[in-house]
Ligand binder design. Sequence first.
Ligand code: FCB
Length: 476
Amino acid sequence: MPESAAPVTPVTFPPAFLWGAATSAYQIEGAVREDGRTPSIWDTFSHTPGKTAGGDTGDIAVDHYHRYRDDVALMAELGLNAYRFSVSWPRVQPTGRGPAVQRGLDFYRRLVDELLGAGIKPAVTLYHWDLPQELEDAGGWPERDTAYRFAEYAQMVGEALGDRVEQWITLNEPWCSAFLGYASGVHAPGRTDPAAALRAAHHLNLAHGLGTVALRSVMPARNSVGLSLNTSVVRPLSQQPADLAAARKIDDLSGGIFHGPILHGAYPESLFEATAPVTDWSYVRDGDLAAIHQPLDALGLNYYTPTLVASATGELPGPRADGHGESDHSPWPASEDVAFLQTPGERTEMGWTVDPTGLHDLIMRYTREAPGLPLYITENGAAYDDKPEADGSVHDPERVAYLHGHLSAVRRAIADGADVRGYYLWSLMDNFEWAYGYGKRFGAVHVDYASQERTPKSSAHWYARAARTGTLPPVE
Ligand code: FCB
């Protein structure tokens, strides 16, 4: 049996392991017009007819802006020792320019103090997709200036929270910002221009680099700065050269395009070749790669499901799938020659195949890509159609099995030499799942959207036992 397949029993984690949960501002806060906040691209997008399921918006979301104290108390009850949340840019710097708004920053100060008081370690994400609308009106991420704006914003938040938050994540999943936002258009701002998406990717990288420097200029040196990537775990249908080339292209477009410059100071040559029909990369200026290539203190990995690809020219087993929402436009520039196939196996409510081996592969890949760099799983979880029983309790055995499988994969990776320091379950509670609206429930805690009542599901109780003991309880 290969080492990675050997079960580690009991599944016990290192004592300092972080047992966290993750959320993001637009998905949970609501209060979109309070205390000086201005619209983000997600406010505009969700209010545009036809863009989200049922016309759902984040206007109220799960009202976390008003209920954060109760939510932190719930996390404490569940034994979590870490919490990853994001700061809403238009709440602390309305319109994306000018001075910080203290009322906005005060909300996050209070939240952090509440967390620290409950013994929960905060991890701040600066950008989880809610660009101030005015910056999009000025061109958005395809424009270089947005990276400079981000660095300024990063510095403001670093100054306000750097004394009490140690763990910092500049960007969440820049792949989604660039390619779902500007190529397939299923996410805000909903543009469908592959060349603009590639420009966006570069300027997101630049934003990460400049933002990292800006943060470090105002924060204690002990703080950790990194970002969260959702590099696809790409599997070729066969070992035939055409299928391997398809896999290589998608790996470059989801991974190398970000970790190339960030970890190694260069874009992969194969990425330039693959994207030549769409862009000449002339917007990469002298000095950009050095600016992007800042040392990282940690890397966050987000994982949900693997991606099965083949050359689109061969005989293909059906059905096709790419799991990133309905659009006539592909999120993958210059990839008409790549076919996306449905991975066999059980699927979640998102239609995403459950495959914990993908998480193990992803961790080991970055263990090789960035030797010695501490890793965190900054998102992992599953949507299921959870419904309360007559007595109000919510049973989600599929999510328990999903978490058990994926946490076991993390443990196997640690046994195989990976330095994984923590795991943030996506998500603490049900919330606004972007274009899918409130129809997809990822929470360990159920939210009744009419009453805003929170009810921990059985997976929350299971995860709480894991967090308290450091050992995975059995799956019942
Ligand atoms: C990730 C996002 C997160 C959530 C999960 C399901 O791509 O970062 O906000 O929507 O997917």
